[in-house]
Design a protein. Sequence first.
Length: 98
Amino acid sequence: MKLTGVSGVVSAAHRSREGNLHGHTWLVVAWWPFSEDISAESRKAALIDYLSFFDHSLLADAVAWGEDLAERIGQDLVAVAVDVSRPLEGIYGRWSQD
């Protein structure tokens, strides 16, 4: 299967398991089946617009962890997979439809 992926960045705060408020910058990569009818540029614009809701906010507990955030993004944008990472820290989360 051929896929098209686009990325965006979210900087937001959340609470640790111990309840400490702190923030991260996450790199988000969303993947869709390749389509000649939908450009990567339009996918990227949609992702950036969607991520603006979370950017510079306090994340709700339901999306406070990378894997949960990836799932929400994937389901809302009807993607086949979403990677959410903090690459400088070497921490990665993925959601996929399979």
